[in-house]
Design a protein around this ligand. Structure first.
Ligand code: SF4
Length: 223
């Protein structure tokens, strides 16, 4: 079966199985970017706590810009990789202020998606996943962020080649995802990855995708 057709069928099955998540509407772009930087390699709960602590100590981005890296690191300690993330945030705010004269990323709404991804990814600590999440969640762009759940499920289903990294999947998967479905498909796959297609022990006996799953057909069905 052609991969585009397969992705289309899987997207439809998940919508019937889980529902059709609706995009919540535009968010503050800079806030979304900083939250996404904080969320790298940590849980949503820790990210939210770290972000809340940072904004409690420094309610404005101007104050974060003026703060010492060490102090930013202390506020976000709970998210892990504090030194690195503090540096990324501080460097990005410094660049934004120097380049645009204000601490706002709302101008990204006017930019072409590829151009916006390129603009964000030129900064150390901001990769394709962080840029894609920001453009999808804050701007409602039809881009498809690939997190660890999505990478794992795409490999198991055979939507990407076995040697395809998560980074590479950001370029491969958008080619087969039905137009306009990036957000609901992304959200459903994350839910599905947490509830059914777990990393350690996927609940294949409860899965509606067995017919389309390479992992199931190669490793589970025959035993
Ligand atoms: S059949 Fe099992 S491995 Fe395949 S997608 Fe479903 S839960 Fe995941």
């Amino acid at each position: 079966m052609e991969l585009r057709q397969k992705a289309h069928i899987i997207s439809n099955i998940l919508e019937q199985f889980i529902g059709v998540p609706k995009w919540d509407g535009a968010e503050d772009v800079l806030e979304c970017l900083i939250l996404t930087i904080l969320s790298q390699n940590t849980t949503d709960v820790s990210r939210d706590k770290g972000y809340a602590q940072l904004r409690k100590k420094y309610p404005t981005w101007e104050q974060v810009l003026r703060a010492r890296n060490k102090s930013i690191e202390e506020q976000i300690r709970i998210v892990g990789l504090g030194k690195q993330k503090a540096e990324t945030i501080k460097n990005f705010l410094t660049w934004l202020n120097n380049e645009y004269g204000e601490l706002s990323l709302e101008f990204i709404h006017e930019m072409d998606t590829d151009e916006a991804i390129q603009l964000l990814c030129q900064h150390k600590g901001i990769g394709i996943k962080t840029a894609s999440v920001t453009l999808s969640f804050a701007c409602g762009r039809d881009v498809f962020p690939v997190d660890t759940h999505i990478h794992r499920i795409a490999l198991r289903l055979g939507l990407i080649q076995p040697n395809c990294s998560a980074e590479k999947a950001h370029h491969e998967l958008p080619l087969i995802i039905p137009e306009g479905k990036s957000y609901p498909f992304h959200m459903n796959l994350i839910y599905f990855g947490r509830q059914i297609c777990n990393a350690r022990k996927p609940l294949c006996d409860q899965c509606p995708l067995t017919e389309y799953c390479l992992y199931y057909n190669e490793k589970i069905r025959l035993y």
